[in-house]
Ligand binder design. Sequence first.
Ligand SMILES: Nc1ncnc2c1ncn2[C@@H]1O[C@H](COP(=O)(O)OP(=O)(O)OP(=O)(O)O)[C@@H](O)[C@H]1O
Ligand SMILES: O=P(O)(O)OC[C@H]1O[C@H](OP(=O)(O)OP(=O)(O)O)[C@H](O)[C@@H]1O
Length: 237
Amino acid sequence: MVSVPPAQSELISADQPQSDLVLALPKGRILQEAMPLVRAAGIEPETAFDDPGSRKLQFDTNIPGLRIIRVRAFDVATFVAFGAAHLGIAGNDVLMEFDYPEIYAPLDLKIGHCRLSLAEPEDLAREDDPQSWSHVRVATKYPNLTGRYFAARGVQAECVKLNGAMELAPALGLCPRIVDLVSTGSTLRANGLREVAVLTQITSRLIVNRAAFKTYPDQVGGWVERFQNALGAADAA
Ligand SMILES: Nc1ncnc2c1ncn2[C@@H]1O[C@H](COP(=O)(O)OP(=O)(O)OP(=O)(O)O)[C@@H](O)[C@H]1O
Ligand SMILES: O=P(O)(O)OC[C@H]1O[C@H](OP(=O)(O)OP(=O)(O)O)[C@H](O)[C@@H]1O
């Protein structure tokens, strides 16, 4: 059965193909910020979702035909791009890194605020001039985004892919610089690094699979509208 917000249910046409809709949520830090919006959009997951002891990865909701899956932040984009999930919530860091044409990101949810920055050890930063670089070697979880950013500025970026703890790379001689997410800056400070360039500002987006949007315009569009309203209500509060 196609899931729709209750108020939209009359929009389902009888001859439309029927299948469950799947909403992919990231299990990391965004989840806490995202859940008030998910709930304000009218979606209440089954109780196992909030049970830390549960090993379930997919969850029924109060909306018949709408399931939630909880996956790693990067995998939200992949599930949605391949149509395994129809909607999702992902940071635009992840969206820019993959650059999947199958994903449409209609809504900035204004959560998960941070920035993607290049940082280097304090000693190096004191004398360094990023404008003079023709080549830069960085440790990052975002090799594609970083490569594109520097290529557009005539700089060749050599990226060593890490999945976390990038801040260790300069001190241990892996790479002199890193490109990573920065919010408060405390992780950089604690590791003797200084931010020297901001590649892009980051927030989380509601994302949809383009084909699902075309196939179920009322249903998927209905959820986009619900999230938009939830966002408007949060802004007004
Ligand atoms: N320090 C931060 N402040 C605000 N938002 C952040 C911060 N770090 C990451 N984010 C946002 O949260 C998303 C998920 O980050 P999180 O740290 O939860 O997962 P991850 O460590 O990247 O993924 P995983 O643990 O699955 O490898 C990022 O893609 C980004 O959009
Ligand atoms: O500027 P700050 O407020 O210190 O935040 C920045 C840190 O947050 C993220 O890591 P996270 O805590 O998600 O851990 P991870 O490296 O395992 O992804 C990011 O990769 C930085 O390390």
